[in-house]
Design a protein around this ligand. Structure first.
Ligand SMILES: [Zn+2]
Length: 103
């Protein structure tokens, strides 16, 4: 098992940052970021993406595939108590919405 992942951002290797410059003088390239996942490895999605830009690029490129894999064919609902107007100590009024406690 490898101890790194290549960033999955579809345009990671096209972004103009010094952290992507590799190669010898006269033969430089912009290379996909290598993410170290051993030891103090990044958690969650950042095991696969070097930053939010690459994560968003990946999402926008593949969103139709995600939706096809995980379709939502009906709405979801969370039971709530009747909303109440509440005034805080500074006089601001907001609408308090509480989920029904199903404990
Ligand atoms: Zn990247």
């Amino acid at each position: 098992m490898s101890d790194y992942n290549w960033c999955h951002g579809p345009r990671c290797h096209e972004r103009h940052t010094t952290t992507r410059v590799r190669g010898v003088k006269g033969s430089k390239v912009l290379r996909t970021i290598k993410i170290n996942v051993s030891g103090q490895y990044p958690q969650g999605v950042y095991k696969y993406f070097c930053d939010q830009t690459c994560m968003h690029d990946f999402f926008w490129k593949h969103v139709q595939e995600f939706v096809a894999l995980h379709p939502r064919t009906e709405c979801l609902e969370t039971p709530i108590e009747d909303p109440k107007k509440v005034q805080n100590q500074y006089g601001w009024v907001h609408t308090e919405i509480k989920a029904v406690d199903n404990a």
